[in-house]
Design a protein around this ligand. Structure first.
Ligand SMILES: [Zn+2]
Length: 280
């Protein structure tokens, strides 16, 4: 079944995907899904949805070969979870070198379609215990975590007067200001929200042209996903933002993909500061 899908099959797959998402949002399972998505930040939003629809109790998935490399085996009779993988083909292109004005051939990878690949949840496997990844971040005090996040921020962070807001990201001054009057968890959540803005909507941000409402959904969603990775549950503050998505599938997919990408960038920044601190 590992074949490149033709147009019809892909359309059928997308249809199955679409009805799955619609059921998810119509059934009020958004919160459950976002909690789930928080632990799948290495997968695309679409594939995370596919995994959730097929196996909502999954915690950590990988392909057969990857499990075997980690010293684990998939139990007999276990059914794989189908996700979509891009099919890339190497193609030769003729390019013109402008400095010498000559033609040369160049090989590039081109996306020609998608194919189903199968992954398995850790609960479907047995063998060597799994290594733990972000354990070192959880269990810290709020003050430590706030400082660590500030160190990982792409722009300087300070506590100061924020008026009626909890915090803000100032694009012109290129800085984040957070209210000193917020309690610990809320202060960290606010900082994550503003870091998400700085990453996504700053001068070089990938999503700097987002409309205001989209920007807020992405920042709050990314803050929630990153916080969950750090062992912090901000659901009570964050999930109101996404409750209004239900009707617009396009907006769900666009915002979902963006917030996962931004959350991933934040986590990578935090992990890098950890490495720096360990080396120093
Ligand atoms: Zn905001």
């Amino acid at each position: 079944m590992n074949k490149v899908m033709n147009g019809d099959k892909l359309a059928a797959a997308m249809e199955r995907f679409r009805t799955g998402i619609e059921a998810l949002f119509a059934g009020g399972r958004v919160e459950e899904f976002l909690r789930f998505a928080a632990s799948f930040h290495h997968y695309s939003f679409s594939n995370t949805l596919l995994i959730f629809i097929q196996r909502p109790a999954a915690t950590c998935v990988a392909g057969l070969r990857k499990w075997n490399e980690m010293g684990r085996w998939v139990r007999k009779g276990e059914k794989g979870i189908a996700i979509l993988a891009p099919v890339l083909v190497k193609k030769k292109f003729t390019v013109i070198d402008e400095t010498t004005n000559t033609e040369r051939e160049e090989e590039r990878e081109v996306l020609v379609g998608f194919k189903w690949v199968y992954v398995f949840d850790v609960a479907q496997t047995e063998g060597k215990p799994l290594p733990r990844l972000v354990e070192h971040v959880t269990g810290e005090s709020h003050a430590d975590l706030f400082d660590r996040l500030a160190a990982a921020s792409p722009v300087p962070v300070r506590l100061g007067d924020t008026g009626a807001a909890n915090g803000y990201f100032d694009k012109l001054r290129n800085e984040i200001v957070v209210s000193p009057h917020l309690p610990g968890n809320m202060r960290i959540k606010t900082l994550l929200h503003e870091i998400a803005h700085a990453v996504a909507h700053g001068r070089d941000g990938e999503y700097r042209d987002d409309a205001y409402s989209m920007g807020e959904v992405v920042a709050e969603g990314a803050a929630f996903l990153a916080a969950a990775q750090l062992g912090l549950d901000t659901a009570e503050y964050s999930l109101g933002y996404v409750a209004s998505w239900g009707k617009d599938l396009k907006a769900i997919l666009a915002a979902g993909e963006k917030m996962m990408r931004v959350a991933r960038q934040i986590i990578e920044r935090v992990e890098k500061t950890l490495v720096r601190q360990q080396v120093a």
